[in-house]
Design a protein around this ligand. Structure first.
Ligand SMILES: Cc1cc2nc3c(=O)[nH]c(=O)nc-3n(C[C@H](O)[C@H](O)[C@H](O)COP(=O)(O)OP(=O)(O)OC[C@H]3O[C@@H](n4cnc5c(N)ncnc54)[C@H](O)[C@@H]3O)c2cc1C
Length: 430
């Protein structure tokens, strides 16, 4: 039996897989990390626009609150087992110090995602873990409710300890084609249907093409089904060639995808979420008076990006050239109504492949949060985005992958060491 047959197998060298493999190796287990691509962690390399927003600062309980309730509960143990401080220390000890931006996001000082990947790979190798690139796993072998190994193109690798870290089902070109989720379904694990999250939203009917690149700062985007507000998210939005992106749109995309399955949904934008209708009305009135006969178009251009104003005022039948002093009270209130709740349009669709994360995946009910082991298949662990976890932007998703990977690596190593006692079949090549 070749040595590799007794190693812990980790499938997928992304954020969760690299940490799981490093942790298991550091505890003395023999580890083989299998990656389909010719280089590890392509998603980390493109994260944060190539700068890698590696985690978020603050207490871990606060971090948990950024996730849906069920995700928060599930992540609690992992978040306290391997914290944002832990990943920052680990990187710093590998020569990659990090810093905190005023908004709490943590980046490497070098602003190079490649340095983060380099540090994770070095840590793994220093502890004797092995990475095998260009190796696509094609399935998981299970017999009698226990993990037995994996199939790869051209063969099988036996192991009773398998950590599944194949990621989600978006940005498929980076290698994440949802393989782990399909295997989970094949093993009769409960799978929560995959949906886009942190993805741009197509708007129907389309917005004017020349709006592309315009940003609205500090608004609040809401999602409506009929008159019912389904969800809302504060933050900037950015107009794209197909619709909207930016933090508020990305943040709303998961609930937009769910709502869209049930029927039509509309997007509304409050340009001034911190200002009440009556105060905004009073402010507009003051601007009109101070403008001494200025056209209403140029007054509103002082409040919004110029290029969108003709379209918006056209929507509420207020001619741009109307002099402020002839504007009726009713027309002024229509403008304020638009500023507080502009109906951008319907949600035309959300492309799962363009989501920074995938919502859905292996159900959290299938996994023991203290070990990341499957409740139904002994010796099978799962961590990272292959699970039904999708946090907001800001470093939360990488931290979730690191923390769950750490727990999976720890418990797989303990079980591996227990199975072999003081006589392990293979040792790390330190
Ligand atoms: C454009 C973009 C920007 C992002 N920016 C940030 C950010 O700044 N901060 C943040 O916190 N999050 C960010 N994210 C999200 C974050 O990158 C992911 O949530 C995180 O990488 C998930 O980690 P993971 O280990 O679970 O999966 P991944 O990192 O996706 O790793 C999965 C690995 O498994 C491999 N694999 C898949 N199938 C197989 C197979 N059959 N055999 C062998 N290997 C396989 C893949 O090739 C891949 O290397 C971003 C995502 C994207 C797409």
């Amino acid at each position: 039996m070749p040595d590799q047959e007794k190693k812990i197998l980790v499938i997928g060298a992304g954020a969760a897989g690299l940490i799981a493999a490093w942790k298991a190796a550091s505890l003395g287990a023999a580890v083989l990390l299998l990656e389909r691509n010719s280089k590890p962690a392509i998603k980390i390399l493109i994260s944060g626009g190539g700068k890698c927003n590696v985690t978020h600062d603050g207490p871990m309980d606060e971090m948990g609150k950024a996730f849906l309730k069920r995700e928060e509960r599930f992540l609690k143990h992992a978040f306290h087992s391997f914290t944002n401080h832990d990943i920052r220390s680990m990187l710093s000890e590998s020569g990659v110090p990090t810093f905190v931006r005023p908004d709490g996001r943590v980046f490497p000082v070098s602003l190079k995602a490649g340095d983060v990947v380099g540090a994770l790979v070095d840590s793994l190798r220093k502890n004797g873990g092995e990475i095998r690139l260009n190796t696509r796993v094609t399935g998981i072998l299970v017999s009698g409710g226990r993990a037995g190994g994996v199939t790869v193109e051209g063969g099988e690798i036996a192991s009773g300890h398998i950590i599944l870290t194949t990621g989600g089902a978006s940005y498929r070109k980076t290698g994440t084609t949802g393989d782990g989720i399909s295997w989970g379904a094949g093993l009769s694990l409960t799978i929560v249907p995959v949906r886009p999250a942190l993805a741009p939203i197509r708007v129907d009917p389309p917005l004017p093409a020349d709006w592309r690149g315009i940003a609205i700062r500090g608004g609040r985007l809401s999602l409506y089904s009929g008159h019912r507000r389904v969800d809302s998210c504060p933050g900037d939005i950015l107009f794209t060639h197909e619709g909207i992106s930016g933090p508020a749109a990305l943040g709303l995309s998961r609930s937009a995808a769910v709502a869209l399955e049930k029927g039509e949904v509309a997007l509304r934008l409050d340009f001034f979420p911190g200002v009440e209708f009556t105060d905004l009305d009073a402010e507009l009135n003051r601007l009109i008076a101070a403008g001494r006969g200025k056209q209403i178009g140029s007054i509103v251009c002082g409040m919004l990006p110029d290029r969108i104003v003709p379209y918006l005022l056209g929507k509420i039948q207020v001619p741009l050239i109307t002099r402020g002093y002839v504007l009726t009270r009713e027309a002024r209130r229509r403008i304020v109504g638009l500023l507080k709740s502009w109906e951008i349009g319907g949600v035309g669709g959300i492309d799962i492949d363009r989501g920074e994360v995938t919502a859905g995946g292996i159900s959290l009910d299938e996994i023991v949060p203290q070990t990341m082991e499957s409740r139904n298949v002994r010796g099978l662990y799962a961590a990272g985005e292959v699970l039904d976890i999708a946090g907001p932007i800001g470093g939360y998703n990488l931290q979730a992958a690191f923390s769950t990977g750490y727990v999976a690596g720890t418990s797989a190593a303990r079980n591996w060491l227990e199975s072999y006692g003081s006589n392990p079949p293979v040792r790390n090549q330190r």
